[in-house]
Design a protein around this ligand. Sequence first.
Ligand code: GLN
Length: 502
Amino acid sequence: MSGLIGLTAAELATKLASGEVSSVEATRAHLDRIAEVDAEVHAFLHVSDHALEVAADIDRRRAAGEALGVLAGVPLAIKDVLVTTDMPSTSGSRILEGYLSPFDATVVARSRAAGLVPLGNTNMDEFAMGSSTEHSAYGPTHNPWDLDRIPGGSGGGSAAAVAAFEAPLALGSDTGGSIRQPAHVTGTVGVKPTYGAVSRYGAIALASSLDQIGPVTRTVLDAGLLHDVIGGHDHNDSTSLTDLWPSFAEAAREGATGDVLKGLRIGVVRQLPDSGFQPGVSASFHAALAEMAAHGAEIVEVDAPHFEYGVAAYYLILPAEASSNLAKFDSVRFGMRVPVDGTVEDVMSATRDAGFGPEVKRRIILGTYALSAGYYDAYYGSAQKVRTLIQRDFDAAFAQVDVIATPTAPTTAFRLGEKIDDPLQMYLNDVTTIPANLAGVPGISIPSGLSADDALPVGIQFLAPVREDARLYRVGAALEALLVDSWGAPLLAKAPVLGGTR
Ligand code: GLN
């Protein structure tokens, strides 16, 4: 097998631009890798039949002297929540089995326009509900670090594809942590942009006020490069910000020089004590902070007294919005239909019964209840108030510090099956990621090392004020440079070698 799959997207892009490597070669190497390891990892739900054709077209255009985007010719994996015209999009659900969209999601259209080569669709928890990818209707994805463990969720497929070197880049969606938590457990980088910074048009909605699309990669620079492609205003998304964004790749490059750490004020949340985290996760977090402090950062305790109510508020707001968004799967407009005898309601009910899995049903029932007359104020209304209090916590904290840092999740990758029957335990995984979605602020997770207690990857999360995504790329790249230096190689070099090669 070629060494092409071990390259970062930035490295691959340089080789493509210089003509040292063709996109067909790079794409074939990744398709071969998928053929080699995906039976074990199950990161992909669908592998594109067109990838080599698209790659050949890029090669032709390059040979003809056409000006191409920086990432032209680089393969890309796409979370199954994003609709594409040439591959089925199911959002991990039976109810959408085989569904072909008449249009591309904006992030997919922009990726194609930039010359990226879609490799396939990645596995996910059904309708992005979950933290382990075990709620996929098509079977779980396995963590490349330990195939008996979860790759995180809901975007476990995208994270596992990148961690297993099946794709250099992937797209994910993050409603409560589904980009950042999978990054944490797989030793990859995940970014949830500011709400409205990346278009949600063509992302199958889970909870529209929380959903955000973002990059899943192996380096901060690669995330910046992909963010530059997919971000920016989209008139098809009414919540899309009209800001002109700086280059996030440039921010990552600036950050890698390390100067950004001098005088940087990093907030640590007093209300997230070490006792809530696996000891190895805490230890890795504090070691990363110490490294940053040694290079001039100042660590400041900040108060965020309402963070602890984030999970409770989220698990009312999300089901409420989801129950409304998922009402469109009615057996008439989209996907599957179970043709029982009876009324249209009977058909609808039989279809939804057969098409939705247990977690989706649980949340639809919860959300419908929370929105029902008589309970609306007590549940949904209260949750929205908590949301405001969390936004105020962020405002107060960011008056004192430049970024907030937390461990990305409480534990390392748990075993497949361990939490699947205990929804509450599953929900508690999101304690540190959810506040960012409730407040709309951007977040990044980068690998901070291996946990001393189980030698599995740990991620550190940085959060910045709304619109300050570039700050996260600078800070993330600065820490990444220090850590990779001390490890001697990216963290993923320590992962078990799947398929006998890398
Ligand atoms: N684990 C969270 C949930 O189950 C996150 C989902 C997401 O970000 N899509 O809702």
